[in-house]
Design a protein. Structure first.
Length: 186
């Protein structure tokens, strides 16, 4: 998504143990996780802008991350079927050169359809939902089973560009300055 938005990011896996963290709400937890991941990566760099995110689906006050396996994904889909949940994505941006950081959380409401047990099993069988927060996507095969969304669709895909723009501005970074493929833009 960032490449499509004109950035040329380097992907660095943080190695943070997500199970080691807890918080009072899903929104707080994704913010804590995004900050931990970003801090871990920034600590290994001398400079650069580090962007980290973490997403979870909140359904009836319970946070759902990536399912542990197919059986859990099926149970998640049975719980989500015909309901609405909120996909929270915590964002953290750190200037590795000086350690300054900003963070925020984006929220998007998802209204799920009511797929049949056969459709749920077939979807989970593709493997796609096993690597996704909330066991679904809107841009892939899971899009068939999402009725609507309210809010930033990019947030559901993984990162809220409007929130990221505001966070970067908080560090004094403009979006045009990051558009590497457009060298004449300043």
């Amino acid at each position: 998504m960032l490449r499509g938005a004109g950035l040329d990011p380097q992907v660095i896996v943080s190695g943070v143990d997500e199970d080691a963290f807890s918080a009072d709400s899903t929104a707080e937890l994704v913010t804590v996780l995004a900050s931990a991941k970003t801090s871990a990566v920034a600590a290994s760099l001398d400079d650069g802008i580090v962007i980290g995110c973490d997403s979870m689906l909140d359904l009836d006050g319970r946070g759902y991350g990536k399912p542990a396996g197919a059986a859990e994904a099926i149970e998640m889909w049975r719980a989500m079927s015909g309901k609405a949940g909120t996909l929270f994505t915590g964002h953290c941006v750190i200037n590795a050169a000086d350690g300054h950081s900003v963070q925020g959380v984006a929220a998007t409401t998802i209204r799920f359809g009511t797929p049949s047990d056969h459709e749920i099993a077939a979807y989970v069988g593709t493997g796609e939902p096993l690597t996704m927060a909330g066991a679904f996507t809107i841009e892939g095969l899971g899009g068939w089973f999402v009725e609507s969304i309210d809010g930033d669709h990019n947030n559901v895909i993984g990162i809220s560009l409007p929130l990221l723009r505001r966070l970067l501005a908080g560090l004094g970074v403009t979006i045009p300055a990051l558009w590497s493929q457009y060298s004449s833009v300043e």
